[in-house]
Write a protein that binds this ligand. Structure first.
Ligand SMILES: [Zn+2]
Length: 80
């Protein structure tokens, strides 16, 4: 696993704890969308869904999660 992959992994955990800005998450999303290693390791849709579900009982990162997810889909569709 490359350093960049390792970093993404760590940052995803931070994102789930809502410690990352949208800009930082965007960088991760871009990496994941273009990295087979990360893409196969994570089901990001599931990850982001868990953020969305948590937002039911907490202050909503829902909009952020939706936007990031849309961005990942956009990146992936460009690659396809
Ligand atoms: Zn990677």
């Amino acid at each position: 696993m490359s350093d960049e992959c390792q970093q993404s992994k760590t940052r995803v955990q931070e994102f789930l704890q809502r410690e990352l800005s949208e800009t930082e998450m965007d960088a991760i999303a871009s990496h994941i969308a273009t990295c087979d290693n990360c893409e196969s390791e994570y089901d990001f849709e599931v990850l982001f869904n868990s953020v969305i579900q948590r937002s039911c009982s907490e202050a909503p990162p829902e909009e952020l999660a939706q936007r990031v997810l849309a961005r990942i889909r956009d990146q992936i569709s460009k690659l396809a």
